[in-house]
Design a protein around this ligand. Structure first.
Ligand code: SF4
Length: 237
């Protein structure tokens, strides 16, 4: 919102937006990220070829989410029930076959060890309404499954925190080989489409449970245009 009051010399909202407005770096084919692999594969694909600035509303929401994560990390570090509490622990997973090679780069939000020696990977997510969280989101489960493959641990913990009141819900996630293979297959699919410049299917648009997310997709226009072009080609043939 702009500062319309002539008696006020600063516009705090504008200053916040300037502060948050960081330059996003172009992505490189062959470098992938666990936090994105659960999203619509077509959306991920577009993000490698089309750079769009993140909307200021989304940047403000991310900033609040980061504050919640920082708070959780601080509380874990100060907890006397834990012997180790590391935040932002980097992980790397390499993949190579006859046709391709890529690297997955991620950061575990929090890695902790309890006094009785249990090692736990924590992935923290902030939410606007915790009452709507009834179980782990499949996207987040994919992310933590990768971390569990890269970093030895007894189990993972998905922690959801309400941004309004810090109410917490947590879900234990065990390492699951099948889930890990499923996630790696998604990376291979993404890599294949990117290297061959083949637009992947409009995954979320054709999924009744996920189509609502298309409304917030930065590549909505491009995706709808591609669907319309594909339809007119089909009608023509
Ligand atoms: S509009 Fe929907 S289907 Fe298309 S890229 Fe975005 S999320 Fe995927």
């Amino acid at each position: 919102m702009q500062n319309d009051d002539p008696l006020v010399d600063i516009d705090v909202g504008g200053i916040i937006d300037e502060y948050l407005n960081e330059e996003s770096r172009p992505k490189k084919i062959g470098s992938y990220y666990p936090s994105e692999i659960g999203m619509c594969i077509r959306r991920s694909y577009y993000s490698y070829f089309i750079q769009k600035p993140t909307e200021t509303t989304a940047l403000r929401i991310f900033a609040l989410g980061n504050k919640v994560h920082e708070f959780i990390a601080k509380a874990l570090k100060e907890s006397e029930s834990l012997t180790i509490a590391e935040e932002e622990k980097p992980i790397r997973i390499g993949y190579k076959d006859e046709e391709t090679e890529f690297m997955i780069y991620g950061r575990i939000d929090d890695y902790v060890e309890t006094k009785n020696g249990k090692k736990i990977i924590i992935e923290a997510k902030s939410t606007g309404d915790i009452t709507k969280v009834t179980g782990p989101d499949p996207k987040h489960k994919m992310q933590i499954s990768l971390y569990l493959a890269a970093q030895p641990a007894d189990y993972g913990l998905l922690v959801y925190a309400d941004k309004k009141n810090l109410e917490i819900k947590q879900f234990k996630i065990e390492y699951n080989e099948e889930e890990y293979k499923k996630v790696m297959q998604r990376f291979k699919d993404l890599d294949y489409h990117l290297r061959n410049k083949l637009l992947p299917p409009a995954e979320y648009y054709f999924d009744n449970k996920k189509v609502w997310e298309c409304k917030y997709c930065p590549f909505y226009q491009e995706c709808m245009q591609a669907l319309a072009d594909a339809n007119s080609l089909e009608n023509y043939q």
